[in-house]
Design a protein around this ligand. Structure first.
Ligand code: F3S
Length: 446
């Protein structure tokens, strides 16, 4: 039996997809990369914002066609949209044979078997369940870079966010489970491990007497042979403590990179968002990080057009972006999500205004990002090679400053062949907007 798998949404969802793929392989299914050849199709969906929901629905509809025109016998929808719209998906799209919730993906093989016997299945466990599956994940990220999901759910309840309703309250995976997972990934050839969760900075508080255990977890991960880069994503700024800063500073394997989503820079908007920081506190933590780790690359995300955002609020966040000179920045327009407090707030902003404000923030950042790229010219940095451009002697890679998928690349000229996953020293010779160009430095010893 053949399976075709589509994984949408974030890297946390991707980890679930890789676990499901591992379970299916262990049950004898063969993965194919063309839906036309699939007996079973699984779509692991996202339901975060309007565009993500649209993409999920479009993908399910496209795959539903396969049941009429190709050999597909079973269409299964998993993940966040399945969790949120379990009944609607089954009733509105008759080709869907099963829906599986966000805490039930470990049952994928049983569900497939039931569907093949002709049943329609809804598989949902308690939203607070904590699947820990002892299976070798199938990596979809090239084999040299992967994600370690250290916790499930979220307790922050930002007023715009639906995720606690899709993924439950915050639960950490035990440290032993995570170390075992990381060792298995390293044994499969992973060099770069990206630490993810809805929020990584409070890791362990639910398991270890309220103690924040991310620094300890990072230290233990650094001892794993084979891992070269460990990168921490999704840090809530107010939860960053001295111990974490010192571990990032002192452990050579930890990338001098932090992703700290701040969402806004106006105190009034931050308060309505349910965020727990003020602009002054954000300035203070960013200053502290840069003081202790001068070469740290900081990524953040912002939301433009939150309900009630005034032109003055917008100007304030614009100035904040100019002052902070983030290394990386993503800006989303606010998406009104049914079932969240923000959707009920007065003074929802017109789409056109949201887009204008997003564009203004991105334009301000573009100038900063191009300057930051220029500042890299002449420096020598380690680059993780990810592949080779077709028909050219140019390789593509990333520095510690670039997280997979979201940041820039380095185009690398090399005299000798390299393979994906090699980490080489590169002298940066040019900057092209968000990307860099450089030559491999060969170090010869007598
Ligand atoms: Fe989407 Fe669910 Fe991730 S809503 S962003 S796939 S946690």
């Amino acid at each position: 039996m053949t399976i075709f798998f589509v994984s949408l949404g974030c890297d946390k969802n991707l980890v679930d997809s890789e676990v499901m793929l591992g379970i299916l392989r262990a049950h004898g299914f063969t993965l194919v990369d063309d839906e036309i050849e699939a007996d079973i199709i699984v779509v692991n969906t996202c339901s975060f914002i309007h565009d993500a929901k649209e993409e999920s629905i479009q993908t399910i509809l496209e795959m539903a066609e396969m049941k009429h025109s190709c050999r597909c016998k079973a269409l299964i929808v998993t993940g966040c949209m399945a969790e949120r719209y379990k009944d609607e998906i089954m009733t509105e799209i008759e080709e869907v044979d099963a829906v599986i919730g966000t805490t039930s993906y470990q049952h994928i093989a049983e569900v497939v078997a039931e569907v093949l016997e002709g049943q329609k299945v809804k598989q949902f466990d308690d939203l607070q369940a904590m699947p820990e599956v002892d299976v070798q994940r199938i990596m979809t990220t090239g084999g040299y870079s992967s994600y370690l999901k250290i916790a499930e759910g979220c307790d922050k309840h930002c007023t715009y966010c639906i995720i606690p309703k899709l993924r439950g309250s915050y639960r950490s995976h035990s440290m032993d489970y995570l170390i075992k997972q990381a060792e298995s990934l390293a044994a499969q050839g992973v060099k770069e491990l990206n630490i993810v969760a809805q929020e990584t900075t409070v890791y362990g508080t639910d398991l270890y007497n309220g103690q924040k255990m991310l620094p300890e977890l990072l230290k233990r991960l650094c001892r794993i042979e084979g891992l070269s880069w460990i990168r921490v994503l999704y840090c809530y700024p107010e939860e960053i403590n001295e111990e974490l800063i010192q571990v990032i500073k002192e452990e050579p394997k930890i990338c001098h990179y932090l992703d700290l989503p701040i969402q806004h820079g106006s105190d009034a908007v931050l308060k309505r968002m349910g965020r727990r920081t003020t602009q002054a506190e954000l300035r203070s933590i960013i200053g502290r990080l840069r003081e202790e780790i001068p070469d740290i690359a900081l990524r953040t995300t912002l939301i433009a057009g939150f309900p009630g955002e005034t032109e003055a609020d917008h100007q304030e966040v614009l100035q904040f972006v100019k002052d902070m000179r983030f290394d990386r920045l993503g800006v989303f327009t606010y998406s009104e999500e049914e079932g969240t407090p923000a959707a009920q707030m007065p003074d929802q902003i017109d789409e056109a205004v949201k887009e204008t404000r997003r564009d203004a923030l991105m334009m301000a950042q573009q100038a900063i990002a191009f300057d930051k790229s220029e500042e890299m010219v002449g420096k020598t940095v380690d680059v993780l090679i990810e592949g080779r451009l077709p028909e050219e002697d140019v390789y593509i890679g990333r520095t510690y400053r670039d997280a997979p998928d979201v940041d820039g690349y380095v185009f690398v000229h090399a005299e000798e062949d390299m393979i994906s996953g090699d980490i080489v020293k590169v002298k940066i010779t040019d900057a092209q907007d968000y990307d860099l160009v450089g030559d491999v430095i060969y170090e010869f010893t007598e």
